[in-house]
Design a binder for this molecule. Structure first.
Ligand SMILES: Cc1cc2nc3c(=O)[nH]c(=O)nc-3n(C[C@H](O)[C@H](O)[C@H](O)COP(=O)(O)O)c2cc1C
Length: 210
């Protein structure tokens, strides 16, 4: 499937085939592809919990305002943004950047200080925005790559973040920007027409905001 087709055909699917599981290798392939997503200073502030165990999906449904697709989908991804990815990832990212020829060894100090200056202190709003912004690219890549692998998805914001953190042992400092249900649609599923989209003239401006 080409990328235009993948984007144009993506829909938020409500009715997954509960009888079909996704092979674990396919999930790994999908996540490897999404992991190529771009991120600021290549800091990759995303983490993910793949929830496929039926009991765990049931527990997750209870944290997600009882949305039944959470239990019917083959798996649900708890997409996690890590505001501390700067401290956690910067040294290995820079080491690899030297090894791969992106930067010179003597410039590592300069590159190391950049993200700390740009995104401020731990716990700051800037850090949270940094983490969620970059993790959102990862999430979108998952949804597009899923289509290329013959799968469908549904992004979800309808959940109780604190409840999920407690039920799945996610540290307090992490943020859950969204869940993504993933699976195969029920056979013969008829979709409504594409949901409303604004006209480009409503929001595209050229050269200035006016
Ligand atoms: C971040 C995000 C959160 C969403 N949360 C939910 C949700 O909790 N439940 C739901 O049924 N749909 C949810 N949706 C799906 C949207 O309603 C859907 O994307 C939109 O109506 C457009 O439909 P389409 O994705 O099929 O084009 C969410 C979408 C996004 C991007």
């Amino acid at each position: 499937m080409d990328v235009i087709e993948a984007l144009k055909g993506r829909r938020s699917i409500n009715f997954f085939d509960p009888g079909r599981q996704i092979d674990g290798n396919i999930i790994r392939d999908l996540l490897e592809i999404a992991n190529i997503s771009p991120s600021s200073s290549n800091l990759q502030p995303w983490e993910i919990i793949v929830v496929s165990d039926p009991h765990k999906k049931k527990a997750l449904r209870e944290c997600s305002f009882n949305q039944k697709k959470v239990e019917e989908a083959s798996a649900v991804f708890i997409v996690i943004a890590n505001p501390n990815a700067i401290e956690e990832n910067i040294d290995r990212v820079l080491e690899k950047s030297v090894e791969l020829g992106y930067i010179m060894k003597e410039d590592v100090g300069k590159y190391r200080s950049g993200p700390f200056k740009l995104y401020g202190e731990k716990d700051s709003l800037k850090r949270k925005i940094f983490a969620v912004k970059n993790t959102s690219f990862f999430a979108m890549s998952i949804m597009i790559a899923a289509r290329g692998l013959g799968l469908e998805t549904h992004p979800m914001d309808g959940f109780d973040e604190e409840k999920i953190k407690k039920a799945f042992g996610i540290p307090d400092d992490r943020i859950i920007p969204l869940l993504i249900t993933i699976g195969y649609p029920i056979p013969g599923l008829k979709l409504l027409p594409r949901a409303f989209r604004r006209k480009l003239d409503d929001f595209v401006k050229y050269n200035a905001y006016e």
